[in-house]
Write a protein that binds this ligand. Sequence first.
Ligand code: NAD
Ligand code: UDP
Length: 308
Amino acid sequence: MRILLTGGAGFLGSHLCDKLISMGHSVVCMDNLITGTLENVAHLRGNERFEFIMHDVSNHISVEGKIDYVMHLASLASPVDYLTYPIKTLKVGSLGTHNSLGVAKKNGAKFFLASTSEVYGDPLVNPQPETYWGNVNPIGPRGVYDESKRLAEALTLAYHRTHGLDTKIVRIFNTYGERMRANDGRVVPNLIYQALHNEPLTVYGDGKQTRSFCYVSDLIEGFIKLMNSDLNEPVNIGNPCEMSVLEFAEKIKAFTGTKSKIVFKELPVDDPKVRRPDITKAKAKLGWEPRVNVDEGLRRTIDWFKKK
Ligand code: NAD
Ligand code: UDP
């Protein structure tokens, strides 16, 4: 297939480029590099099945030649990034998704949306099944991201129901691994970077809030299973291994052998108190479940950050 991949120069997008190319597909990687970098796809330049187009997908998208699949990953993704660019976040989730759907419709292509566990907001149900409608503050600072993704899901399913587009929606839970930006502000790169520089490890709030961390290769495997499935409605992909942020910080301390101490900082507004994917649907319908446990994934990620 010839696949248009928006956000392809980012953390997840570049891993997906690698996977798709290794499967024999051709990739048109479209990115405006607002948080992504060409370094992430440098090894693919020169490959005749890889093409890079610098473009902001919130503006009309035009691609020459036939496209068989549109995979829309472009978005500001880290809380620090989407709080820095609130309007761009809303635009890429709304206009960017609309434009990407338009390309799929014009080409008769399938469509894959990267959504997020943030559609569940600060969940009152734990773990979160796909049937949970969520608890989102639409007008809080995080609302720009949560609502952009909720609209993206609504747009995607409207194109499915109205135009018969073959759509897939993945709700991604916290994923980490090689090629995360050291300064993207998310907890994994922050704590690893701090630990490797013997700087204080910043834990926000009392650190009792929980997250469930999925290693990138597991997530990408889930993407491929979903893209090849006939599931048009959202599917959670994540690792249900839930832990508190404080436990996570202790783990990073132990794994890096850092001299750093843990310091507590203010909790960001509307920071979800719990998060854990219910992956019953992914297991039953896709035959997918994570294989890399957090200890192994973290060791690999720490090694990569050390080399970097
Ligand atoms: P990332 O910041 O590394 O990648 C996002 C990419 O999108 C970057 O390359 C950026 O330059 C590009 N981009 C942003 N706005 C754009 C625009 N208007 N036009 C073109 N390109 C644009 O983040 P990531 O972690 O790789 O996230 C990828 C996708 O997965 C995002 O949609 C994000 O919301 C979703 N997601 C990620 C996680 C996670 O844990 N990593 C969790 C939930 C959802
Ligand atoms: N967090 C933290 N220290 C940091 C960065 C984040 O304690 O240096 C916390 C953050 O408040 C949240 C959790 O770690 O409770 C995960 O944050 P992240 O930004 O990675 O993603 P989120 O799950 O909030 O989207």
